[in-house]
Write a protein that binds this ligand. Structure first.
Ligand SMILES: *[C@@H]1O[C@H](CO)[C@@H](O)[C@H](O)[C@H]1NC(C)=O
Ligand SMILES: *[C@@H]1O[C@H](CO)[C@@H](O)[C@H](O)[C@H]1NC(C)=O
Ligand SMILES: *[C@@H]1O[C@H](CO)[C@@H](O)[C@H](O)[C@H]1NC(C)=O
Ligand SMILES: *[C@@H]1O[C@H](CO)[C@@H](O)[C@H](O)[C@H]1NC(C)=O
Length: 323
Protein backbone atom coordinates (compact mmCIF):
# COMPACT_ATOMS: atom_id res chain seq x y z
CA UNK A 1 0.00 0.00 0.00
CA UNK A 2 2.59 2.51 1.09
CA UNK A 3 4.83 1.70 -1.84
CA UNK A 4 2.12 2.75 -4.26
CA UNK A 5 1.50 5.98 -2.42
CA UNK A 6 5.22 6.60 -2.63
CA UNK A 7 5.15 6.08 -6.43
CA UNK A 8 2.21 8.37 -6.93
CA UNK A 9 3.53 11.22 -4.82
CA UNK A 10 7.22 11.15 -5.47
CA UNK A 11 7.55 10.27 -9.14
CA UNK A 12 6.11 13.56 -10.41
CA UNK A 13 8.12 15.50 -7.85
CA UNK A 14 11.39 13.75 -8.42
CA UNK A 15 11.58 12.70 -12.08
CA UNK A 16 15.34 12.16 -11.88
CA UNK A 17 14.82 9.50 -9.24
CA UNK A 18 12.68 7.18 -11.46
CA UNK A 19 15.69 5.32 -12.87
CA UNK A 20 16.82 4.49 -9.36
CA UNK A 21 13.41 3.08 -8.41
CA UNK A 22 12.20 -0.42 -9.25
CA UNK A 23 8.50 -1.13 -8.81
CA UNK A 24 7.44 -4.27 -6.92
CA UNK A 25 6.03 -7.26 -8.86
CA UNK A 26 2.25 -7.37 -9.13
CA UNK A 27 -0.32 -10.19 -8.92
CA UNK A 28 1.84 -12.15 -6.51
CA UNK A 29 -0.12 -15.27 -5.60
CA UNK A 30 0.23 -18.85 -4.50
CA UNK A 31 -1.14 -21.27 -7.05
CA UNK A 32 -1.84 -24.63 -5.47
CA UNK A 33 -3.52 -27.61 -7.12
CA UNK A 34 -3.68 -31.04 -5.50
CA UNK A 35 -1.08 -29.89 -2.93
CA UNK A 36 1.42 -28.94 -5.62
CA UNK A 37 2.15 -25.29 -4.97
CA UNK A 38 4.10 -22.48 -6.50
CA UNK A 39 4.43 -18.75 -6.13
CA UNK A 40 3.75 -16.78 -9.31
CA UNK A 41 3.59 -13.12 -10.32
CA UNK A 42 3.45 -10.70 -13.24
CA UNK A 43 6.79 -9.47 -14.62
CA UNK A 44 7.91 -5.94 -13.78
CA UNK A 45 7.96 -3.91 -16.98
CA UNK A 46 11.21 -2.02 -17.68
CA UNK A 47 12.37 -0.28 -20.82
CA UNK A 48 15.50 -2.36 -21.25
CA UNK A 49 17.70 -4.73 -19.38
CA UNK A 50 16.52 -7.69 -17.35
CA UNK A 51 14.76 -7.86 -14.04
CA UNK A 52 15.30 -10.80 -11.70
CA UNK A 53 13.27 -11.87 -8.71
CA UNK A 54 13.99 -13.21 -5.26
CA UNK A 55 11.50 -15.11 -3.11
CA UNK A 56 11.69 -15.97 0.58
CA UNK A 57 9.54 -18.00 2.89
CA UNK A 58 8.84 -18.04 6.58
CA UNK A 59 6.83 -20.59 8.52
CA UNK A 60 4.57 -19.96 11.43
CA UNK A 61 7.04 -21.66 13.76
CA UNK A 62 10.26 -20.01 12.71
CA UNK A 63 10.51 -16.26 12.45
CA UNK A 64 13.45 -15.85 10.00
CA UNK A 65 13.11 -15.60 6.23
CA UNK A 66 14.70 -18.40 4.21
CA UNK A 67 15.47 -18.74 0.54
CA UNK A 68 13.11 -20.83 -1.60
CA UNK A 69 15.73 -21.77 -4.16
CA UNK A 70 14.62 -18.84 -6.28
CA UNK A 71 17.28 -16.14 -5.70
CA UNK A 72 17.62 -13.71 -8.60
CA UNK A 73 15.62 -15.88 -10.95
CA UNK A 74 14.46 -14.46 -14.30
CA UNK A 75 11.34 -16.67 -14.17
CA UNK A 76 8.02 -15.32 -12.96
CA UNK A 77 7.23 -18.36 -10.84
CA UNK A 78 8.90 -20.30 -8.07
CA UNK A 79 7.91 -23.84 -7.03
CA UNK A 80 7.72 -24.65 -3.35
CA UNK A 81 10.85 -26.47 -2.14
CA UNK A 82 10.32 -29.98 -0.68
CA UNK A 83 10.60 -28.75 2.91
CA UNK A 84 7.50 -26.62 2.35
CA UNK A 85 5.31 -29.51 1.27
CA UNK A 86 3.62 -29.65 4.62
CA UNK A 87 -0.11 -29.44 4.44
CA UNK A 88 -0.76 -27.88 7.81
CA UNK A 89 2.05 -25.38 8.06
CA UNK A 90 1.22 -21.74 7.82
CA UNK A 91 3.58 -20.32 5.26
CA UNK A 92 4.34 -16.67 4.55
CA UNK A 93 6.09 -15.68 1.35
CA UNK A 94 7.76 -12.52 0.15
CA UNK A 95 9.04 -11.49 -3.23
CA UNK A 96 10.93 -8.58 -4.73
CA UNK A 97 12.26 -7.55 -8.10
CA UNK A 98 15.95 -6.79 -8.57
CA UNK A 99 17.86 -5.02 -11.27
CA UNK A 100 21.55 -4.53 -10.82
CA UNK A 101 21.98 -2.83 -7.49
CA UNK A 102 18.33 -1.80 -7.45
CA UNK A 103 15.73 -3.76 -5.55
CA UNK A 104 12.00 -3.26 -5.33
CA UNK A 105 10.14 -3.30 -2.04
CA UNK A 106 9.09 -6.74 -0.78
CA UNK A 107 5.61 -8.01 -1.57
CA UNK A 108 4.13 -10.22 1.15
CA UNK A 109 1.55 -12.95 0.51
CA UNK A 110 -1.30 -13.70 2.90
CA UNK A 111 -0.72 -16.79 5.06
CA UNK A 112 -0.86 -19.98 3.04
CA UNK A 113 -1.97 -23.29 4.49
CA UNK A 114 -2.02 -26.01 1.84
CA UNK A 115 -4.75 -27.95 3.59
CA UNK A 116 -7.21 -25.10 3.28
CA UNK A 117 -5.81 -23.13 0.34
CA UNK A 118 -5.16 -25.84 -2.22
CA UNK A 119 -7.67 -26.71 -4.92
CA UNK A 120 -8.44 -30.39 -5.17
CA UNK A 121 -9.10 -31.67 -8.65
CA UNK A 122 -11.75 -34.26 -9.57
CA UNK A 123 -11.04 -37.92 -8.83
CA UNK A 124 -10.18 -40.16 -11.75
CA UNK A 125 -12.79 -42.74 -12.73
CA UNK A 126 -10.81 -45.84 -13.70
CA UNK A 127 -13.50 -48.29 -14.62
CA UNK A 128 -17.22 -48.83 -14.41
CA UNK A 129 -18.92 -52.18 -14.63
CA UNK A 130 -22.64 -52.34 -15.21
CA UNK A 131 -24.85 -54.75 -13.35
CA UNK A 132 -28.63 -55.08 -13.63
CA UNK A 133 -29.31 -53.08 -10.46
CA UNK A 134 -26.06 -51.23 -9.87
CA UNK A 135 -22.94 -49.67 -11.32
CA UNK A 136 -19.61 -50.72 -9.87
CA UNK A 137 -17.22 -47.78 -9.97
CA UNK A 138 -13.45 -47.75 -9.46
CA UNK A 139 -11.81 -44.38 -8.73
CA UNK A 140 -8.45 -43.01 -7.70
CA UNK A 141 -7.88 -39.82 -5.70
CA UNK A 142 -6.61 -36.68 -7.45
CA UNK A 143 -3.51 -36.57 -5.22
CA UNK A 144 -1.40 -39.19 -3.43
CA UNK A 145 -3.02 -39.53 -0.01
CA UNK A 146 -0.91 -39.38 3.08
CA UNK A 147 -1.31 -42.01 5.80
CA UNK A 148 -4.27 -41.17 7.93
CA UNK A 149 -6.06 -39.10 5.28
CA UNK A 150 -9.82 -39.31 5.57
CA UNK A 151 -10.95 -39.15 2.02
CA UNK A 152 -14.57 -39.45 0.95
CA UNK A 153 -16.03 -39.70 -2.51
CA UNK A 154 -19.22 -37.77 -2.84
CA UNK A 155 -21.19 -39.29 -5.71
CA UNK A 156 -24.08 -37.50 -7.39
CA UNK A 157 -26.04 -39.71 -9.74
CA UNK A 158 -29.20 -39.43 -11.73
CA UNK A 159 -31.21 -41.29 -14.29
CA UNK A 160 -30.79 -39.76 -17.72
CA UNK A 161 -34.44 -38.97 -18.22
CA UNK A 162 -36.49 -35.89 -19.01
CA UNK A 163 -36.84 -35.05 -15.30
CA UNK A 164 -33.68 -36.24 -13.58
CA UNK A 165 -33.61 -36.33 -9.80
CA UNK A 166 -30.14 -36.23 -8.35
CA UNK A 167 -29.22 -38.60 -5.57
CA UNK A 168 -26.11 -38.44 -3.44
CA UNK A 169 -23.94 -41.04 -1.84
CA UNK A 170 -20.74 -40.84 0.16
CA UNK A 171 -18.12 -43.56 -0.11
CA UNK A 172 -14.75 -43.98 1.51
CA UNK A 173 -13.47 -46.84 -0.65
CA UNK A 174 -11.96 -46.42 -4.10
CA UNK A 175 -14.23 -49.18 -5.35
CA UNK A 176 -17.90 -48.78 -4.63
CA UNK A 177 -21.35 -49.51 -5.88
CA UNK A 178 -24.13 -47.15 -6.92
CA UNK A 179 -27.05 -49.36 -6.04
CA UNK A 180 -30.84 -49.62 -6.30
CA UNK A 181 -30.86 -48.84 -9.98
CA UNK A 182 -33.29 -49.92 -12.67
CA UNK A 183 -32.05 -52.46 -15.15
CA UNK A 184 -31.10 -51.51 -18.71
CA UNK A 185 -31.36 -47.80 -17.87
CA UNK A 186 -28.93 -45.00 -18.58
CA UNK A 187 -27.52 -43.39 -15.44
CA UNK A 188 -25.07 -40.53 -15.15
CA UNK A 189 -22.80 -39.69 -12.25
CA UNK A 190 -20.29 -37.11 -11.15
CA UNK A 191 -17.85 -37.54 -8.27
CA UNK A 192 -15.93 -35.15 -6.06
CA UNK A 193 -13.56 -35.83 -3.21
CA UNK A 194 -13.90 -34.51 0.30
CA UNK A 195 -10.84 -34.45 2.47
CA UNK A 196 -11.36 -34.20 6.17
CA UNK A 197 -8.81 -31.68 7.38
CA UNK A 198 -7.26 -31.00 10.74
CA UNK A 199 -9.77 -28.37 11.74
CA UNK A 200 -12.53 -30.93 11.24
CA UNK A 201 -13.76 -29.19 8.14
CA UNK A 202 -14.00 -30.80 4.75
CA UNK A 203 -11.92 -29.64 1.82
CA UNK A 204 -14.11 -30.21 -1.22
CA UNK A 205 -12.63 -31.12 -4.57
CA UNK A 206 -13.83 -30.32 -8.05
CA UNK A 207 -16.59 -32.35 -9.66
CA UNK A 208 -15.62 -34.93 -12.24
CA UNK A 209 -17.19 -34.60 -15.67
CA UNK A 210 -20.50 -36.49 -15.74
CA UNK A 211 -20.20 -40.00 -17.08
CA UNK A 212 -23.18 -42.04 -18.29
CA UNK A 213 -23.53 -45.80 -18.27
CA UNK A 214 -26.38 -48.17 -18.94
CA UNK A 215 -27.19 -50.79 -16.34
CA UNK A 216 -27.18 -54.38 -17.53
CA UNK A 217 -30.14 -56.57 -18.38
CA UNK A 218 -31.04 -58.96 -15.57
CA UNK A 219 -30.78 -62.72 -16.11
CA UNK A 220 -34.55 -63.09 -15.73
CA UNK A 221 -35.28 -60.40 -18.32
CA UNK A 222 -32.65 -61.84 -20.60
CA UNK A 223 -34.21 -65.30 -20.22
CA UNK A 224 -37.65 -63.91 -20.98
CA UNK A 225 -36.24 -62.09 -23.94
CA UNK A 226 -34.62 -65.26 -25.25
CA UNK A 227 -37.84 -67.24 -24.70
CA UNK A 228 -39.79 -64.55 -26.52
CA UNK A 229 -37.38 -64.52 -29.47
CA UNK A 230 -37.37 -68.32 -29.54
CA UNK A 231 -41.20 -68.41 -29.52
CA UNK A 232 -41.42 -65.88 -32.31
CA UNK A 233 -38.89 -67.90 -34.29
CA UNK A 234 -40.75 -71.13 -33.59
CA UNK A 235 -44.10 -69.68 -34.68
CA UNK A 236 -42.52 -68.26 -37.82
CA UNK A 237 -40.94 -71.62 -38.63
CA UNK A 238 -44.27 -73.42 -38.13
CA UNK A 239 -46.00 -70.97 -40.40
CA UNK A 240 -43.41 -71.56 -43.11
CA UNK A 241 -43.72 -75.34 -42.74
CA UNK A 242 -47.53 -75.19 -42.79
CA UNK A 243 -47.50 -72.98 -45.85
CA UNK A 244 -45.08 -75.37 -47.60
CA UNK A 245 -47.26 -78.41 -46.75
CA UNK A 246 -50.35 -76.61 -47.98
CA UNK A 247 -48.66 -75.71 -51.24
CA UNK A 248 -47.41 -79.27 -51.70
CA UNK A 249 -50.82 -80.83 -50.96
CA UNK A 250 -52.83 -78.54 -53.17
CA UNK A 251 -50.27 -77.85 -55.85
CA UNK A 252 -52.49 -79.52 -58.47
CA UNK A 253 -55.45 -77.35 -57.59
CA UNK A 254 -53.24 -74.33 -57.40
CA UNK A 255 -51.88 -75.19 -60.83
CA UNK A 256 -55.45 -75.42 -62.09
CA UNK A 257 -56.28 -72.08 -60.56
CA UNK A 258 -53.15 -70.64 -62.01
CA UNK A 259 -53.97 -72.08 -65.47
CA UNK A 260 -56.76 -69.75 -66.68
CA UNK A 261 -54.61 -66.65 -66.55
CA UNK A 262 -51.99 -68.51 -68.58
CA UNK A 263 -54.54 -69.47 -71.27
CA UNK A 264 -56.05 -66.08 -71.53
CA UNK A 265 -53.36 -64.78 -73.89
CA UNK A 266 -54.18 -67.46 -76.51
CA UNK A 267 -57.85 -66.56 -76.36
CA UNK A 268 -56.96 -62.99 -76.63
CA UNK A 269 -54.68 -63.74 -79.51
CA UNK A 270 -57.55 -65.32 -81.46
CA UNK A 271 -59.73 -62.36 -80.81
CA UNK A 272 -56.90 -60.08 -81.67
CA UNK A 273 -56.00 -61.95 -84.83
CA UNK A 274 -59.31 -61.20 -86.58
CA UNK A 275 -58.99 -57.46 -86.69
CA UNK A 276 -55.33 -58.00 -87.47
CA UNK A 277 -56.08 -60.00 -90.59
CA UNK A 278 -58.86 -57.64 -91.56
CA UNK A 279 -56.42 -54.80 -91.36
CA UNK A 280 -53.95 -56.65 -93.51
CA UNK A 281 -56.64 -57.33 -96.08
CA UNK A 282 -57.39 -53.69 -96.34
CA UNK A 283 -53.71 -52.95 -96.76
CA UNK A 284 -53.28 -55.46 -99.58
CA UNK A 285 -53.35 -53.61 -102.87
CA UNK A 286 -54.94 -55.36 -105.88
CA UNK A 287 -51.59 -55.19 -107.69
CA UNK A 288 -49.95 -57.34 -105.07
CA UNK A 289 -52.87 -59.76 -104.93
CA UNK A 290 -52.94 -60.53 -108.61
CA UNK A 291 -49.41 -62.04 -108.91
CA UNK A 292 -50.09 -64.14 -105.79
CA UNK A 293 -53.15 -65.61 -107.50
CA UNK A 294 -51.11 -66.26 -110.60
CA UNK A 295 -48.34 -68.11 -108.80
CA UNK A 296 -50.73 -70.27 -106.85
CA UNK A 297 -52.50 -71.25 -110.01
CA UNK A 298 -55.67 -73.38 -110.05
CA UNK A 299 -55.09 -75.34 -106.90
CA UNK A 300 -54.87 -72.27 -104.68
CA UNK A 301 -57.51 -70.38 -106.54
CA UNK A 302 -59.95 -70.44 -103.69
CA UNK A 303 -57.41 -69.36 -101.11
CA UNK A 304 -56.20 -66.52 -103.21
CA UNK A 305 -59.68 -65.35 -103.91
CA UNK A 306 -61.02 -65.76 -100.45
CA UNK A 307 -58.63 -65.07 -97.50
CA UNK A 308 -61.62 -65.16 -95.21
CA UNK A 309 -61.47 -64.65 -91.42
CA UNK A 310 -62.62 -68.26 -90.97
CA UNK A 311 -59.56 -69.79 -92.63
CA UNK A 312 -57.13 -67.62 -90.71
CA UNK A 313 -58.86 -68.50 -87.45
CA UNK A 314 -58.62 -72.20 -88.32
CA UNK A 315 -54.93 -71.79 -89.11
CA UNK A 316 -54.31 -69.97 -85.84
CA UNK A 317 -56.07 -72.76 -83.93
CA UNK A 318 -53.95 -75.47 -85.59
CA UNK A 319 -50.73 -73.57 -84.95
CA UNK A 320 -51.59 -72.84 -81.33
CA UNK A 321 -49.74 -70.20 -79.34
CA UNK A 322 -46.40 -69.36 -80.90
CA UNK A 323 -44.53 -69.71 -77.64
C1 LIG B 1 18.91 1.12 -20.85
O1 LIG B 1 19.04 1.92 -22.00
C2 LIG B 1 19.69 3.12 -21.80
C3 LIG B 1 19.66 3.88 -23.11
O2 LIG B 1 18.48 3.71 -23.80
C4 LIG B 1 21.12 2.86 -21.35
O3 LIG B 1 21.76 4.08 -21.08
C5 LIG B 1 21.10 2.01 -20.09
O4 LIG B 1 22.39 1.66 -19.74
C6 LIG B 1 20.29 0.73 -20.35
N1 LIG B 1 20.21 0.00 -19.12
C7 LIG B 1 20.45 -1.30 -19.06
C8 LIG B 1 20.29 -1.90 -17.73
O5 LIG B 1 20.80 -1.94 -20.03
C1 LIG C 1 -5.74 -19.05 2.01
O1 LIG C 1 -7.13 -19.09 2.34
C2 LIG C 1 -7.52 -18.07 3.22
C3 LIG C 1 -8.95 -18.33 3.59
O2 LIG C 1 -9.70 -18.56 2.46
C4 LIG C 1 -7.31 -16.71 2.56
O3 LIG C 1 -7.69 -15.66 3.42
C5 LIG C 1 -5.85 -16.55 2.18
O4 LIG C 1 -5.66 -15.35 1.48
C6 LIG C 1 -5.39 -17.73 1.34
N1 LIG C 1 -3.98 -17.66 1.15
C7 LIG C 1 -3.41 -17.47 -0.03
C8 LIG C 1 -1.93 -17.43 -0.06
O5 LIG C 1 -4.07 -17.34 -1.05
C1 LIG D 1 -10.67 -51.48 -12.25
O1 LIG D 1 -9.41 -50.85 -12.12
C2 LIG D 1 -8.64 -51.32 -11.06
C3 LIG D 1 -7.41 -50.46 -10.99
O2 LIG D 1 -7.10 -49.87 -12.21
C4 LIG D 1 -8.34 -52.79 -11.24
O3 LIG D 1 -7.61 -53.27 -10.15
C5 LIG D 1 -9.64 -53.54 -11.36
O4 LIG D 1 -9.39 -54.90 -11.64
C6 LIG D 1 -10.48 -52.96 -12.46
N1 LIG D 1 -11.75 -53.63 -12.45
C7 LIG D 1 -12.38 -53.98 -13.56
C8 LIG D 1 -13.70 -54.64 -13.39
O5 LIG D 1 -11.91 -53.77 -14.67
C1 LIG E 1 -29.40 -37.87 -21.74
O1 LIG E 1 -30.66 -37.38 -22.02
C2 LIG E 1 -30.70 -36.22 -22.78
C3 LIG E 1 -32.14 -35.79 -22.93
O2 LIG E 1 -32.87 -36.07 -21.81
C4 LIG E 1 -30.04 -36.44 -24.12
O3 LIG E 1 -29.99 -35.26 -24.87
C5 LIG E 1 -28.63 -36.96 -23.91
O4 LIG E 1 -28.03 -37.28 -25.12
C6 LIG E 1 -28.63 -38.17 -23.01
N1 LIG E 1 -27.28 -38.57 -22.72
C7 LIG E 1 -26.75 -39.70 -23.18
C8 LIG E 1 -25.36 -39.96 -22.77
O5 LIG E 1 -27.38 -40.47 -23.88
Amino acid sequence: MFQYIYIFFFIPLLPLETSSYLPAPKNVEVYSYNFQSLLRWSPVPVENGSVVYTAHYKTGFYGAWSGMGCAQTPRTWCPFPPELRRRRWTILLRLRAERGALASPWVLTPPFVAETNTTLGPPRVNNVSARPDSLLVGVSPPFTPEPGDLLQYLVSYWENSSSPTEKKLSESKTRFEIGNLKESTLYCFSIQVQLKIYSGHLLEGQQSAPECHRTALSEATRAWYIIFLFSVGFVALNLVVAASLFLWKYHQKIKYWAQPPLEIPSHFREFLRDPDVAGLEELYSPAEEEPQALVLGGEGGQEGEDPSPNTSRARAASEGPPQ
